[in-house]
Design a protein around this ligand. Structure first.
Ligand code: DON
Length: 591
C-alpha cells in the first residue's frame, strides 16, 4: 500500500472511531440538560423548588394540611399507619370536599412492617337498577351530562365500608378516637384557602341547580361569596360522622344516614336504594406484586386499571437506558410515549371489574408479551394510534380525586387514592347528611367507543352491569427495595394518574431525583386516543420538542398542570421524606 493510501485509511479510521465512541444518547442528554439550565434561564424542569419534609417517626402526605395533621395526631396517640390513614380519610371528607369523601370510593394498598401486603377495593358499584344503556336516549345516543351531574350519576358509595374494613383488620387505636379529628374539623370549621373559596363560589350555581334553590349548604349565612380565611362549619356532616363513629358501617349503610341518602336519591330521580346499601361490601384483593429491575411494585389489581398499566409501562421501558438518555430527553420521551400508547389501548380492550370479567393481568404484564408489542415500533417515527389496538393474547377516563400516603414509625405503610370522580362529584349534597355523592358512573364505558370525561374509551369489559365496579385509573402503589419499604406513591388526575405515577417512580429510580424533586418535576401524558401528547409548560427543551415533532409526534403544551402527587420515600438511614405536590394545597406533615 502506498503512503497516501495509509493516510486515507487512517483518516477513515479516525472518523469511524469518533462516531462509535461518541454516545449520541449522552450527547443528547447533556445537550437537553445544558439547554435547560444555561441556554434559557427561565426553563426549569421543576414546577417549583418546594422542599420535602423530613422526619423519623411518621409521615402523612395528603391534599390538605389539616388532614395530614389529623393523621399525625393519631400516630402520636399510638395509632399505626392504618389508624392514621382512616383518620386522614375522614378528615379529607371534611376539609377537602372537592374529592375527600363519604359518598365516593377508592383503593388502598397496605404493606405491613413484616412485609405482608394487602389491597382493599372500596370502589363504588353500579346500583341494582343500573343497566347498560341507562345513559342513552331512544336512538342510542348518549344523553349529555346524565352520567356526570345529578342523582343518576352516582354509584353505590364504598368509602365508609372500606375504612371500617381496614380498621377492623389492622387498627390499633379505637374507632372512636380515629373519627374524632374529622368530627372536630366539621364542628369547629375549616379555614378556607383561596383555592377552596374559589371552588365553592364557582360551583354555587350548579349546587343550586342540582339540589334546589333553597339549598343552604356550602353557603355563607350572610349570602356573600367565600373569601380566603373564611370558616366553613359543616354541622350536618359532623352529625353523619358521629353516626359512623357510633355505629361504624351501620352508621352509614343503615339507619338515619342511609335513610337520608335513599330519600335524596328518590327525590332527585336517582336509583340507589336501601338494598344497594345493604349489599355493598368492599373487597380484599390479591395485590399485583411484580418487579421492575431490582424494585418490587406492590399495587392495585382491577377494578382499577392502574396497577396493571403501571407495571406494563415500567416493564415496557425496562430494556432501554433511560438514565443514560436522560430525563425528558427525546429518546426517553419517545419510548415512554410509545409505551403509553400501547398500554392505554390494552386498558380499553381488556380491563374491567374482575368480579365480572376475566382480566388477563399476568399476561398483560409479562415481559414476553410486552416485548412482542414493540414489534411495530420504529424509532425514526411516531407510531400512529390508528394502527395500534389492544394486544392479542393467546387464550383470551374540573376533575378531582385525592391521594394520601402514610408511613408510621414501625414501617407500616398505606397508599390510598379515593375520589368522587369529578370535582364535588355529582354535586348532589345529601340533604341533612351534609355529604356529597360521587359521579363515578361516568367511568363506565357508557357507550362503546364514546369517550368518558377523561377521553378514555372502553369496551364490553367495562360496560354497565348491576353491582359491577366501573374501571378506574387510580394507582396507589408501594415500592420495595432490597426487601424493605422504599416509596409510597399516588396521585389524582383521572387518566393521567397512571402516567404521573409512572414518571414519579422513574424520576427517583432512573433519574436519581429526591422524592420532592420527582413530585415537582414537570410531567407529560399520552393515552393512545386521542393520539396526542400533552405536557406541562417547560417540561421539554426546544431541542426535545423539535426532535419529537420531526418524527411525527403531535405534542402540545397544556395550560393546566398534571398530577397532584403525595408521596413518601424512605432514605437509607430510615429518614422519611414526605413530598406533597406544589401544584395545589397538598402538605406533608411528619414528626
Ligand atoms: O377512578 C378513576 O380513574 C377516576 N374516577 C379518577 C378521577 C380523578 O382522578 C379526578 N381527578 N383529578
Amino acid at each position: 500500500m502506498k503512503k497516501n493510501q495509509y493516510l486515507i485509511l487512517a483518516i477513515l479510521w479516525f472518523v469511524f472511531a469518533c462516531k462509535t465512541t461518541q454516545k449520541p444518547a449522552q450527547n443528547e442528554q447533556s445537550k437537553d440538560l445544558f439547554s435547560l439550565f444555561e441556554e434559557d434561564a427561565n426553563l426549569k424542569p421543576f414546577y417549583s423548588d418546594k422542599k420535602g419534609v423530613f422526619a423519623k417517626n411518621g409521615m402523612i402526605a395528603s391534599a390538605h394540611p389539616e388532614a395530614s395533621t389529623a393523621g399525625i395526631e393519631i400516630l402520636k396517640m399510638g395509632g399505626n399507619a392504618v389508624d392514621a390513614a382512616v383518620a386522614t380519610h375522614f378528615a379529607l371528607a371534611v376539609v377537602h370536599p372537592f374529592a375527600g369523601n363519604l359518598g365516593g370510593g377508592g383503593f388502598s394498598v397496605i404493606r405491613l412492617k413484616n412485609g405482608e401486603t394487602f389491597t382493599l377495593d372500596f370502589r363504588e358499584k353500579a346500583p341494582l337498577k343500573a343497566h347498560r344503556d341507562m345513559y342513552l336516549d331512544k336512538d342510542g345516543n348518549v344523553i349529555q351530562g346524565l352520567s356526570l351531574k345529578g342523582h343518576l350519576a352516582s354509584g353505590v358509595p364504598g368509602s365508609v365500608d372500606g375504612m371500617v374494613e381496614m380498621h377492623k383488620k389492622f387498627g390499633k387505636l379505637s374507632w372512636e378516637k380515629v373519627l374524632a379529628p374529622a368530627i372536630r374539623l366539621a364542628e369547629k370549621g375549616v379555614i378556607q384557602t383561596e383555592r377552596e373559596a374559589l371552588g365553592l363560589n364557582n360551583n354555587a350555581a350548579v349546587f343550586k341547580d342540582v339540589n334546589g334553590a333553597d339549598l343552604k349548604y356550602y353557603k355563607k349565612t350572610d349570602g356573600s361569596k367565600w373569601q380566603i380565611g373564611d370558616l366553613l362549619i359543616q354541622s350536618d356532616l359532623a352529625e353523619t360522622l358521629k353516626q359512623i363513629q357510633k355505629y361504624k358501617r351501620a352508621g352509614f349503610y343503615e339507619g338515619k344516614v342511609a335513610k337520608l341518602l335513599v330519600d335524596e336519591m328518590a327525590k332527585g330521580g336517582g336509583i340507589i336504594t336501601q338494598e344497594d346499601l345493604n349489599k355493598y361490601h368492599s373487597a380484599w384483593r390479591k395485590p399485583i406484586i411484580a418487579d421492575y429491575k431490582n424494585y418490587k411494585m406492590i399495587t392495585m389489581p382491577p377494578s382499577s386499571s392502574g396497577g396493571v398499566a403501571l407495571l406494563q409501562l415500567l416493564r415496557f421501558v425496562e430494556p432501554f437506558p433511560l438514565q443514560q438518555w436522560g430525563w425528558n430527553s427525546a429518546k426517553t420521551t419517545q419510548v415512554m410515549i410509545e409505551a403509553e400508547r400501547r398500554v392505554y389501548a390494552d386498558r380499553a380492550k381488556w380491563m374491567g371489574d374482575i368480579d365480572f370479567v376475566d382480566v388477563p393481568s399476568d399476561k398483560l404484564i409479562s415481559r414476553e408479551y410486552l416485548k412482542s408489542r414493540w414489534a411495530d415500533f420504529d424509532s425514526t417515527k411516531a407510531t400512529n394510534s390508528k394502527d395500534i389496538e389492544g394486544g392479542n393474547l393467546p387464550g383470551y377516563e374540573s376533575k378531582e380525586t385525592t391521594h394520601y400516603s402514610v408511613v408510621d414509625k414501625e414501617g407500616n405503610a398505606v397508599s390510598i387514592t379515593t375520589t368522587l370522580n369529578g370535582s364535588y362529584g355529582s354535586k348532589v349534597i345529601v340533604a341533612g347528611g351534609g355529604f356529597l355523592m360521587n359521579n363515578e358512573m361516568d367511568d363506565f364505558s357508557i357507550k362503546a367507543g364514546v369517550p368518558n370525561m377523561f377521553g378514555l374509551i372502553g369496551s364490553t369489559a367495562n360496560e354497565i352491569q348491576p353491582e359491577k365496579r366501573m374501571l378506574s385509573s387510580m394507582t396507589p402503589t408501594i415500592v420495595e427495595k432490597d426487601g424493605k419499604l422504599f416509596m409510597v406513591v399516588g396521585t389524582p388526575g383521572g387518566s393521567t394518574i397512571i402516567t404521573s405515577v409512572y414518571q414519579t417512580i422513574l424520576n427517583v429510580i432512573e433519574h436519581k431525583m429526591s422524592m420532592q424533586q420527582s413530585v415537582n418535576a414537570l410531567k407529560f401524558h399520552h393515552q393512545w386516543l386521542p393520539d396526542r401528547t400533552v405536557f406541562e409548560p417547560n417540561a421539554f427543551s426546544e431541542n426535545t420538542l423539535k426532535t419529537l415533532r420531526d418524527k411525527g409526534y403531535i405534542i402540545d403544551q397544556q395550560k393546566g398542570t398534571i398530577g397532584r402527587m403525595d408521596c413518601v420515600l424512605v432514605h437509607p438511614d430510615g429518614t422519611l421524606e414526605g413530598a406533597s405536590d406544589p401544584r395545589a394545597d397538598n402538605t406533608s406533615v411528619g414528626y
